[in-house]
Every structure is written in structure tokens, then in C-alpha cells.
Design a protein. Structure first.
Length: 309
């Protein structure tokens, strides 16, 4: 009997010791967690994790806390700016990128990001100024050269656009996006053969680039010269562009609408054009242009681009 009492007393003591060790371990983990979470960098990391999971509101909440803890965290402002881009709150995105630049004026990437927002808003001159700053900091920044080239192309400063794409290809001869973007610039200049070659090269170099397929599809669907339009191929190219962008890109879906219109299937043209108009991402100017194209398709007319001098 005495042995049993000693056994159970010993077992109870061991149990208490194990429980105490576990409790201390939990307390230590809790302390370390609280300590981690109290740092601005940790909140940025938490925000980034939420961002990756597409929980944008939670990400913004974490970035807010990071900024509260460290109002001089350029990274937190930059990341919060990217989150506001996802919510299509472009003005808040610009404000955050601007604050990040004030805190860290030597980060070329943030200038590119802010330039991209100005570009999306149709404010191409402000976009180009930001890309210029990025290139002043980093003259070989391929992202800035590409984006500036696209902005110049939108302004129809096609010589400058082509020059930027040429610089990209000097730095990176296999850059598919540079070929595709240069092809679009040549298209606007009316240099058809050069445009076709660049579109082909862009797709050959990166057959998973939805933008490259989209640019070529737009050319085949809408070009003003009859001999270069091909509705069937345009549908194939635009469909591939939509698949590669997971049907999340409004301009790829709008290109598919234009392709079906060129192919004479106006029911599908109207369907995809309405889908494009219902999506986030297009500026007011884009929306107006797309609505005009929808009106054409409803009248059973395709859209053909008229080159401007």
C-alpha cells in the first residue's frame, strides 16, 4: 500500500513538472510572438502574408500598424500603396508611394510604381517624369525603360518609345515584352512588317506572356489595313491572352470582343465587351472608348483602328 502511495505521488509530481514545463514553453512562445508583433517590420511581414492571400483589407490594417509603430518606414508606405492599387484606390496609392519616396528618395522601384499609377490614370506626363527619376537613379532599370516606352507610345511619341524598347533589348536581348511593346509602336507608325516580326518574336521568346498574345490579337482584329486583319487568328490569339491572364485582364477580354466582331460573331463580341466593361482596372478614358466599341458591336459593326499622325 505504501509503495502505491509513493508511486502515485511520484507520478503526480512528474505530471506537475511536465505541465509546468509546457506552461513555461507556451508563455515563452507567447512572449516571443508579442515581441515580434510589436515591431513595425513584423507588421509589414504580416501585411505581406495577407496580401499574398488576397486579404487586402487585413494587409492594409497591418501596414497601418507598422506605420503607427514606425512613421518613417518607407517600406510600409510602399507596401500599403500596392495594397491600395489592388483596391483600385489610385489616389491613396499615389499618396503612399509619395510618402515612401520622401522617406527613401533613392528607391527607383517606388518611382516606377508611382509612375505606373499615373499612367493608369491617363496622366502620362507625370508617369514619364517618375520613370525619368527612376532612370536617373538606375540608368539600366529595365522596368523603368519599358514603362516609359509604353507611356511614350500612348502619347504617340513613337520614336521615343521605340528608342526605349531598343535600349531594353540592348540590355536584355531576349526580353519578350520589349519586342511585343515595340511591335505595338511600329503598328501605330504604320510599319506593318516590323510590327509583325516583333509580335512573332515576343510570343516565340515567351509563349506564356498574355500581353504579347493580346497585342498581336489586337493588331489582327482592328488594324485599319484590310490585308493585315484576320478575325479567326485574332480570336485564337485573344483567347490565349485571356487564358494566360486567367481571365482577369479587362483589356485582354476587350481584345477578344474586338476579335469576335472582326470574325463576324457579334453576339460573343457584345458578351465579352460587356464583361470587360464590368471589370476593375480601366480608367474613365478607357471606359468611354470601350463603351463606343460596344455600341458598334451592338450595331453589328467591327471596330477598326484609324492611325493618327
Amino acid at each position: 500500500m505504501k509503495f502505491k502511495r509513493q508511486f502515485w505521488a511520484g507520478l503526480a509530481a512528474i505530471t506537475y513538472i511536465v505541465l509546468a514545463v509546457l506552461l513555461v514553453s507556451v508563455l515563452i512562445q507567447r512572449f516571443n510572438h508579442v515581441k515580434r508583433v510589436k515591431s513595425a517590420r513584423s507588421y509589414v511581414n504580416l501585411g505581406n502574408a495577407s496580401f499574398v492571400k488576397s486579404n487586402i483589407d487585413m494587409a492594409i490594417s497591418d501596414y497601418n500598424e507598422a506605420i503607427r509603430l514606425n512613421p518613417k518606414s518607407a517600406v510600409a508606405y510602399e507596401e500599403r500603396g500596392l495594397a491600395y492599387v489592388m483596391k483600385m484606390d489610385l489616389d491613396k496609392a499615389i499618396d503612399n508611394f509619395s510618402e515612401s519616396i520622401l522617406l527613401n528618395p533613392t528607391n527607383a522601384i517606388t518611382y516606377c510604381e508611382r509612375g505606373g499609377i499615373y499612367d493608369a490614370k491617363g496622366e502620362h506626363d507625370d508617369a514619364i517624369n517618375n520613370y525619368n527619376e527612376a532612370l536617373r537613379i538606375d540608368p539600366k532599370n529595365i522596368k523603368a525603360l519599358l514603362k516609359r516606352g509604353v507611356a511614350y507610345s500612348k502619347k504617340r511619341e513613337l520614336g521615343k518609345a521605340i528608342n526605349d524598347f531598343n535600349q531594353v533589348l540592348q540590355l536584355d536581348p531576349l526580353n519578350a515584352r520589349a519586342y511585343s511593346s515595340r511591335g505595338s509602336a511600329y503598328r501605330k507608325k504604320g510599319e506593318f512588317d516590323k510590327a509583325l516580326k516583333d509580335f512573332d518574336d515576343g510570343i516565340r521568346l515567351n509563349p506564356k506572356d498574355g500581353v504579347a498574345f493580346n497585342n498581336f490579337g489586337w493588331f489582327r482584329a482592328t488594324y485599319e489595313n484590310d490585308s493585315f486583319r484576320d478575325g479567326k487568328q485574332a480570336v485564337e490569339l485573344a483567347t490565349k491572352a485571356c487564358e494566360l491572364t486567367q481571365w482577369k485582364s479587362w483589356f485582354c477580354i476587350a481584345t477578344l470582343g474586338a476579335a469576335y466582331a472582326e470574325a463576324g460573331d457579334f453576339e460573343k463580341a457584345v458578351k465579352y465587351q460587356k464583361q470587360a466593361l464590368s471589370m476593375f482596372g480601366a480608367t474613365e478614358e478607357n471606359q468611354n472608348d470601350e463603351q463606343q466599341r460596344l455600341d458598334l458591336y451592338e450595331q453589328k459593326k467591327p471596330y477598326h483602328e484609324v492611325l493618327k499622325e
